[in-house]
Write a new protein. Sequence first.
Length: 426
Amino acid sequence: MATILTLACASVLGAPAAGAQEGDEERTPELDVVQLVEVSGLLDPVMVEFISTEVERAEDDGLVAVILQMNSPGKAVPDDRFVDLARQLRDSSVPVAIWVGPSGSQARGAAAQLVGMLPPDRRAISIGSRIGDTGRQILPVDEFGVLWGDDASRLESTFVRRDDAADVGLVDAPTLGDFYVELDGVNTREVSQGGERRVEPVTQPRFVSLSIAEELAHTVASPNVAYLLLSIGLGLIVFELFTAGIGIAGAVGAGSLVLGSYGLWVLPTRPIGIALLVLSFLAFAVDVQTGVPRFWTGAGGLLFVAGTFLLYDGVSLSWITMLVAFVAVALTFLSGMPTMVRTRFSTPTIGREWMIGELGLALSDVDPEGTVSIRSAPWRAQTNRATPVAAGDRVKVVGIDGLLLEVEPEEGGARDHRERRGRSAD
C-alpha cells in the first residue's frame, strides 16, 4: 500500500470521517488540527517572534501539533533570544516538529541546532535538502545536551542529506505529506482510489505564514536585500545632489536608505563595512561633479568592494547579488552619472546668450548659491550682489560663470546686462 498524502483533500474535511482509526479519542474539528508554520530565511527578530506567537496560539487552541516547514541559513538574533525560543519549542504542551523542505531547502547553523534538539521522530528532511554546518553549539550543553549526539563533530562543519537521514536520526520524508501522516497524534484513514489504497489525514492542516507587513520587515532584513537597498539609497542620494530641487530620485533614495538601515540594524554587521560603503559614494561624488571619472572614481570602487566583503559578520552575500551591485555601480559612475552631469551642467556658454536678461523664480534661497527656475528648467545659480535672494522671489539672469548662472533680484537689480554692455560700447 502506498502512503500518499494530498493535503488539499484534507483541507475540505469538515470533521473526523467514519473511517478514522478506531479507539481514537473524539475531538471537535477545531482541536483536531496541526499548525503548519512556514519558516523561510534567517531567524531574525520578526521570524522568531512569529514562531513564538504561533506556538503559543497552538497551545491556546489545544492543537495536535505544530510543524515548522524550515528553510533557514541561520539566525540574526542574540544568543539569549535564540535560547529562549528553543526552550519554548522544547517545553511546549503541543508537540513541535520540524520538516526541512521543500526540495533545495536547508537548516544551517542555529537553525540546524533547533532541528537537532528535537526527538528523532519529530525532525525530518526532504528530497534535495540538507542539514548541518551547525558551528559552535549555542544551546547550553548542561540543559540541552550535546546536539546530534555522536554526529555532533561531523555536522559542525559539514552537511547531511536525505541519503544519510537514518544515520543521524532524521525521518526520511520526501514530502511534507509523508511526514504529516506519520506524526504522532495525527488521525488518518484509508481510502481506495482507482484500485489503489491510500492514506488520507483526518486531522486538519492549518497553514500560517507571515503577514504582509511582517513579510516586508523580514525581507528587508535579509542580507542581500539590505545590502542592495543601502547601495541604491546612497546612489540615488548622490544623483539627487547633482540635480536641481528634490525629485522622485531623492524620495526613493531616502526610502531605500531607511529600509536598508533597518535591515542592517537587525543583521550582524561590521561598522567598518558600513563606513567603507558610505565613504565609497562620497568618493564617487567628488568626480561626478566634474563630469569625468578620475582618481576618486577608482578609489570609490575599491572602497565599495572592500565594504561589500566586510559588511556582514556571520552571514554571507550571494555572489550573484555582489556581481549585480558591482556592475551597476561601475556603469553608473563610469558612464551614467558623468554623462548626465555633462549634459545637464555643461560649462560652455556659446549659444546661451539668450539666457542673459531672462527672468525666473528662485526655487531656494540664493545666498550666495541656490537653485532657480528659468523657463521652467531648474539651474544652479549664485547672486552677484551682496543682497541674497529669498526662495519664491523673482530673479534676473545677468551672466554665466562656469557651472553657475549669475542672478540678481528682479526688483532693485541692475539694468539688463545687455543694455549695460551696449551703453559701454557707446
